[in-house]
Design a protein around this ligand. Structure first.
Ligand SMILES: Cc1cc2nc3c(=O)[nH]c(=O)nc-3n(C[C@H](O)[C@H](O)[C@H](O)COP(=O)(O)OP(=O)(O)OC[C@H]3O[C@@H](n4cnc5c(N)ncnc54)[C@H](O)[C@@H]3O)c2cc1C
Length: 421
């Protein structure tokens, strides 16, 4: 037993808005809040902003090309830097672009720092958090906090209720470690790495090379020159909320990816120059906590194509569950086919971004309030960005008006609401 002495930490700085997690949702939330005049602090655990786009090496933006606002700005900036090919973007340029946008907006950014505790007052309002980093433990205060950690770390630390995994079983989708790979010129790989999309024909080639990978829909997307993104493995039955599981998943994945690379190279021909350039700094976690909000987005919303007056994001992406059980399938779960022709575009309302149990707390990105199947659809990054933008706008309005987010009249954030249809 180690007995840690209790201690009081002086609040190092007070902000109007603190955003925890600098992925697609977090950068949009911070930029939106700062542009509206809120003194905004963005805290990120990894060494760059961008989350799955950068530390996760997956700059492949689904459901984003029909979005306005910050999502369009990111696409436009990447385009001007010749760093996108449709929805596939260059990872290094993405880091630069999102960091520049935060700096220009006046966001105070702290990298290499993880939120590790959160404290509410006697009325259940979140007022302070503690972070861990090379600088030790530090305490920070804010009027409004936004959880964009993907896993809902901040909300859970603050005592908010949440769901995790499939409702009946608690099982979660597998994780995947993305790799950047170098191969021959794209003309040679038309079948395996389609431009502006992902071919899933890599799997039979890997098997032909003598290795049976963990993901039967292994695929590559072309980024530029002879550089590709490869998603080719699944890590089953492990939790993204457990550091031991994350460690095992990352190390097993690297073994898997190395074997895949060896198998492909052994085929010679177009595969002879195939090499892994880098594996992601952080393994891709498809599912974390889904924090209880003032509205819960469900599969029924998808089936009905439900619209809301406080809609902030229209999702057009399908049910997309990667099989949690390799005995059933090493590809996609049966849900995907079951709902393929049933679901319609639907709205995420502002209320799904406001925590139910903790005051002064918003969520955006994959940790918002939703059920297992809806989450598999709205979680993609083209939706995380508008959700983040809306949460940032709402936080800034709440601070300006001196009220909790749930009491901000929707017309105060009309610029992030979708036109009613
Ligand atoms: C393997 C895989 C493949 C996917 N494929 C696609 C795809 O092709 N296209 C697509 O658009 N989407 C894809 N998705 C979905 C998409 O990646 C996520 O749903 C998306 O990242 C949601 O954005 P986010 O900002 O909510 O979360 P994230 O991108 O996960 O960002 C969360 C950020 O918070 C930080 N963080 C976490 N905990 C803490 C903490 N305690 N303190 C401080 N910071 C913290 C993390 O380091 C990270 O930067 C994929 C996901 C995975 C895992």
């Amino acid at each position: 037993m180690v007995k840690e002495p209790g201690r009081e930490l002086r609040i190092k700085a007070e902000f109007d808005v603190i955003v925890c997690g600098g992925g697609p949702a977090g950068i949009a939330a911070a930029i939106a809040a700062a542009r509206r005049g809120a003194r905004t602090f963005l805290i990120e655990a990894n060494g760059s902003l961008g989350g799955i786009w950068t530390s996760g090496l997956l700059s492949y933006i689904l459901d984003g090309d029909d979005k306005d606002g910050i999502m369009r700005e990111i696409f436009d900036r990447l385009g001007r830097l010749q760093a996108r090919s449709g929805i596939v973007c260059d990872v290094e340029t993405m880091k630069l672009v999102v960091e520049e946008m935060c700096i220009e907006a006046g966001v105070v950014v702290r990298l290499y720092t993880r939120v590790s505790a959160a404290y509410c007052d006697g009325q259940g309002r979140l007022y302070g958090i503690v972070t861990d980093s090379k600088s030790g433990k530090e305490a920070w205060g804010a009027g409004i906090f936004i959880d964009t950690t993907g896993d809902g770390d901040l909300a859970a630390q603050a005592g908010a209720g949440f769901d995790y995994g499939q409702e009946e079983t608690g099982v979660t989708q597998p994780m995947s470690l993305i790799a950047l790979v170098r191969a021959g010129p794209p003309e040679t790989y038309k079948e395996f790495a389609v431009n502006n999309g992902r071919s899933v024909r890599l799997y039979p080639e890997i098997v032909r090379g003598g290795y049976n990978p963990t993901y039967a829909k292994a695929g590559m997307s072309h980024i530029r020159d002879q550089l590709y993104i490869m998603m080719a493995n699944h890590q089953y039955g492990l939790s993204g909320l457990d550091a031991d599981h994350l460690t095992r998943a990352s190390m097993d994945s690297r073994q898997d990816l190395y074997r895949i690379s060896e198998a492909l190279r052994s085929l010679g021909g177009i595969w002879q120059d195939f090499r892994i350039v880098a594996t992601a700094a952080a393994i891709g976690v498809r599912e974390g906590r889904r924090i209880k909000g003032r509205y819960t987005v469900t599969i029924d919303d998808m089936l009905q194509g439900r619209r809301h007056e406080d809609a902030v994001c229209r999702v057009t992406f399908k049910v997309d569950v990667h099989s949690p059980n390799p005995q059933d399938s090493k590809g996609m779960a049966a849900y995907n086919d079951m709902y393929r022709n049933e679901v319609k575009p639907y709205d995420v309302p502002l209320r799904a971004l406001i925590a139910r149990d903790v005051d002064g707390l918003l969520m955006a990105g994959r940790c918002i309030s939703g059920d297992f199947l809806a989450h598999s659809s709205y979680r993609v990054t083209g939706n995380a960005v508008p959700m983040g933008e809306a949460a940032g706008a709402l936080a800034a309005a709440a601070v300006r008006m001196g009220v909790l987010p749930q009491y901000v009249p929707w017309q105060e954030v009309s610029d992030v609401l979708l036109p009613s249809t």
